[in-house]
Design a protein around this ligand. Structure first.
Ligand code: ADP
Length: 307
C-alpha cells in the first residue's frame, strides 16, 4: 500500500499574461501547488497524492478536475450545483506582478460539506492544509474540518499545517490569528514563514514563532524565512538552523513556500530525517524561484543537481 498525501484547500483558475499580449489559462493554489510538487517528486507506487476540495458544475470546473487528474493527483472533489471555481488574473507592469482575485463565491468554500475522504485516514497518511483552507470556510465548516482532522490524528495520521497568513481573506487580523492558532493546534507539524508571523503575531524572532506553535501543541515547527536561515524546533529537543544556498537567479518567488513544503514533507515521510528534509525543501524552492509561475516542472534529479 502506498503512503497517502492528501492536501485540502482551493485550486483556482489562473489567467497569466503571455508575451503576445494574450492570457494563458492555468490552475494553481497554495495547497494544490504543494500536492502537485509532491506528485512530481514521487512515484505513484510509493505515494498516493490526493486533493480534497469542491468544484461547480460548469466547464471550468470540469477542466480543473481534468487538470488535477492528468497531473496524477486523485481529485476528491464534491460538485456544488451552480458554483464555479475561484479565479485570479496576473497583471505585469514594468516587471512587477500584481494579482486580482475573484474567489469570494468559489465552489471550494464548500469543501468541508463532504469530509468522508478523511474518515478512512490514519496511520501512514499525511493530511496537509493551510490558513487559506481555513480562511475560505464558514465558521461551522472550519469546526467540521478541524474535528475531522483531529479524529484522523487520533487514528495515527500526520497532520501538517502552513499558516499562510492572508489578511485579505479575513475580516480582522485578530480573527485570523485566533483561527490560525486553533487550526495549528490539530497539527503535529507546522510550517510557518517568519515574515508573515512577525507581522501579525509580533514575534520578535524565529525562535518566538517556533515557541508559540510548540506551546500550542505542535511536535515539529519549521520556520522559513525567505533567503534567511530556516529554524527547526522539535518538541523532543531537536533544534537547528539551516542556511539555504543563495539562489543563482530569482525570477519569481511565487510558490517558494509551497514547493519547500512539498519536498520537505516527501523527504520527511520517506526517511523522517529533519535536516535532509529541510535541505530538500531548500533545493526545490531554489529551483522553483528560478522560473516564472507557481508550477515549475521538476524531477528528483533536478534536486540532486541543485544540491
Ligand atoms: P513563502 O513563499 O511562504 O513566503 P519564504 O519566502 O519564506 O516562503 O520562502 C520559502 C523557502 O524558499 C525558503 O525557506 C527558502 O528555502 C526558499 N527561498 C525563498 N527565497 C529565497 C531566496 N531569495 N534565495 C534562496 N532561497 C529562497
Amino acid at each position: 500500500m502506498p503512503m497517502r498525501f492528501l492536501a485540502i484547500g482551493e485550486c483556482m483558475v489562473e489567467f497569466s499574461p503571455t508575451p503576445s499580449g494574450t492570457y494563458a489559462v492555468g490552475f494553481a493554489g497554495d495547497t494544490f501547488n504543494t500536492a502537485w510538487y509532491a506528485r512530481q517528486l514521487t512515484d505513484t507506487e510509493k505515494l498516493d497524492v490526493g486533493y480534497l476540495s469542491a468544484v461547480g458544475d460548469d466547464a471550468l470546473s470540469g477542466q480543473l478536475t481534468d487538470f488535477i487528474e492528468a497531473a496524477g493527483i486523485r481529485p476528491l472533489m464534491a460538485r456544488v450545483p451552480g458554483a464555479a471555481p475561484g479565479m485570479y488574473m496576473i497583471f505585469l507592469s514594468e516587471g512587477e506582478r500584481s494579482f486580482q482575485y475573484w474567489r469570494s463565491q468559489s465552489a471550494a468554500r464548500h469543501l468541508a460539506d463532504d469530509l468522508t475522504a478523511l474518515e478512512t485516514a490514519g496511520e501512514g497518511d499525511l493530511l496537509y492544509f493551510s490558513g487559506i483552507t481555513v480562511a475560505i470556510l464558514a465558521e461551522a465548516a472550519r469546526d467540521r474540518l478541524l474535528a475531522a482532522l483531529q479524529a484522523a490524528a487520533g487514528r495515527g495520521a500526520e497532520i501538517v499545517f502552513d499558516p499562510n497568513l492572508r489578511p485579505r481573506l479575513w475580516p480582522a487580523s485578530d480573527e485570523m490569528c485566533r483561527w490560525t492558532m486553533k487550526a495549528a493546534s490539530v497539527a503535529g507539524i507546522v510550517l510557518p514563514s517568519f515574515e508573515d508571523e512577525a507581522c501579525h503575531f509580533k514575534d520578535t524572532d524565529e525562535a518566538a514563532t517556533a515557541a508559540r506553535y510548540l506551546a500550542n501543541g505542535a511536535r515539529l515547527v519549521v520556520v522559513k524565512n525567505g533567503a534567511g536561515p530556516i529554524l527547526v524546533r522539535g518538541a523532543d529537543g531537536d533544534s537547528f538552523q539551516y542556511q539555504p544556498e543563495p539562489a543563482s537567479t530569482v525570477v519569481d518567488t511565487t510558490a517558494a513556500g509551497d514547493s519547500f513544503n512539498a519536498a520537505f514533507l516527501v523527504e520527511y515521510m520517506e526517511r523522517a530525517r529533519t535536516r535532509e528534509a529541510v535541505r530538500a525543501g531548500c533545493a526545490l524552492a531554489a529551483h522553483v524561484i528560478g522560473s516564472r509561475g507557481a508550477l515549475v516542472p521538476v524531477t528528483r534529479m533536478d534536486l540532486i543537481v541543485c544540491r
